[in-house]
Write a protein that binds this ligand. Structure first.
Ligand SMILES: O=CCCCC(=O)O
Length: 494
């Protein structure tokens, strides 16, 4: 047994046993019609945690039937009541914070401190949209020629399909479910096959909070395409929202074209992290640790490329390397663990391949650089310097704890390098020069900028990207718009 290979503690078993193991369809927990199941794995030990139903296309269509049947009564539910359901769910998540954090760590691997932060972040989307449900507004105006009136109202889009990722199993659910509930949309949601348990626990919380039957339907499935394609091509579905890779997002957009679905896509990133010569280097290193290591680097927001002004490069690199080397790796439930395993062997292999490619092209390893052996999918915090622009990890999303460093000599060079990517989710910039801060922020081709800040995520802010990082915004004042259609009523006869 190596250091990561611990037996499950009785509390872990209790938390796992409390999760409903079914498909949530029309308010009841059901097994898959074909009685199929698939195993959920603990990535920190590569052992099976439990099995959940493996839905078929028929199960998925039953879920959509339920969502479709519930849509019109749900749309006319008082907004205040919809908000109160979200508020109650927020309170329940808060009261079960510790158990939900443990559950998430078990199925996803991230350290408990990270899971706790995610549960808090996830709950905030329910609190935020509980408050937004009653602020769906409209317009009344006299027509320009004075002879009529123009009414503008906003109505729920309708049954919404949701596909959520494994890296933030709860927050990416609440960021979609919160505005859909507030707007009056029904849902069919498919969590990632690696992390279905957190979503099932969330389904139970929303049911307890009084969400009417059929409003939220959850299907767990091993193979996404088998269940999602029939839903996306069904005329009753009106919207598709997805968080995940750009590659899968492109396919879903293509499939959505058939029914002209309204789509929201929160896709991949390749975040540049710029540190200028006037920056507070210690603050930049703190920010870099967050931007790089939050969620073990398995985040679309993760800093993927570091560009340092040559005058501060050595100081920043030394300090970052020391901090990365000192991080404690281990099973997420362990005391003081700061870096958990990657989600699966495919992800660990991909990180290995990208680091090997960079090293093969001349990059130098300052710390880390080799996958751990033994059970669990561990990759150590890694810093690479002298990374050439041709290295794959400057254009591909690493999704792991690897910080590749390059240097620059002037602002234009830094911004050009930062923008040299098909992605446009988020960038980070550290500078104390205010005109430069604003100039650079405006020039960076990303939907979000962390200015002297290593985390941008906030339920009250519009999260989303430009270029191939996505379509639409989640969270903030405009997050609910993704679930609303604008209707104009031309009033005559006056
Ligand atoms: O991988 C990307 C999910 C978004 C995480 C966040 O909201 O910070």
């Amino acid at each position: 047994m190596n250091t990561h290979d611990q037996p499950h503690h009785p509390r872990e078993t209790t938390v796992l046993d409390a999760v409903p193991r079914g498909l949530l369809i029309d308010g009841t927990w059901q097994s898959a019609a074909a009685e199929r199941t698939f195993d959920v794995e603990d990535p920190s030990t590569s052992t099976t945690l439990c099995a959940v139903p493996d839905a078929t296309a028929d199960d998925a269509l039953r879920a959509l039937d339920a969502a479709d049947r519930a849509q019109s009564s749900w749309a006319s539910y008082p907004p205040r009541h919809r908000g109160e359901i979200l508020r109650r769910a927020f309170e329940t998540i808060t009261s079960r914070h510790e158990d939900l954090s443990l559950l998430m760590t078990l199925e996803m691997g991230k350290p408990l401190a990270e899971s706790r932060a995610e549960v808090t972040y996830a709950a905030e989307f329910f609190r935020w949209f509980a408050e937004e449900a009653v602020r769906i507004d409209g317009d009344y105006a006299v027509s320009p020629n004075g002879s009529g009136r123009m009414l503008v109202t906003r109505q729920p889009v309708g049954p919404s399909l949701m596909v959520t990722p494994w890296n933030f199993p709860m927050a990416m659910g609440t960021r979609k479910i919160g505005p859909a509930v507030a707007a009056g949309c029904t849902m069919v949601i498919k969590p990632a096959h690696q992390t279905p348990l957190t979503m099932l626990a969330l389904g139970e919380i929303l049911t307890e909070a009084g969400l009417p039957h059929g409003v939220l339907n959850i299907i767990t499935a091993r193979h996404a395409d088998e269940v999602m394609r029939p839903l996306i091509t069904d005329p009753r579905a009106r919207k598709l929202t997805f968080t995940g890779s750009t590659q899968v997002g492109r396919t879903l957009i293509e499939q959505s074209a058939r029914q002209v679905l309204k789509t929201s896509m929160e896709l991949g990133g390749n975040a540049p992290f710029l540190v200028f010569d006037d920056a507070d280097v210690d603050a930049a290193v703190d920010g870099a640790m967050l931007a790089k290591m939050r969620n073990i680097g398995e985040a679309c927001t993760a800093a993927n490329r570091f560009y340092l002004h040559r005058d501060i490069a050595e100081e920043f690199t030394d300090k970052l390397t020391r901090r990365m080397r000192a991080l404690r790796l281990g099973r997420g439930v362990g005391d003081n663990v700061e870096v958990g395993p990657l989600i699966d062997s495919a992800q660990r292999d991909k990180v290995t391949e990208l680091v090997d490619d960079a090293v093969g092209q001349g990059a130098r390893v300052l710390t880390g650089g080799k996958a751990e052996t033994g059970t669990g999918y561990y990759y150590p915090p890694t810093v690479l310097t002298d990374v050439p622009p041709s290295a794959r990890l400057t254009s591909e999303e690493v999704f792991g704890p690897v910080a590749p460093i390059s240097t620059f000599t002037d602002e234009d060079e830094a911004v050009t390098a930062a923008n040299n990517t098909e992605f446009g989710l988020v960038s980070y910039a550290y500078t104390r020069d205010m005109p430069r801060a604003l100039r650079v922020s405006e020039s960076l081709q990303t939907g979000m900028v962390g200015l002297n800040q290593g985390v941008v995520s906030n339920a009250a802010a519009p999260f989303g990207g430009v270029k191939q990082s996505g379509i639409g915004r989640e969270g903030g004042k405009i997050g609910i718009d993704e679930y609303l259609e604008t209707k104009y009523i031309a009033v005559g006869g006056l």
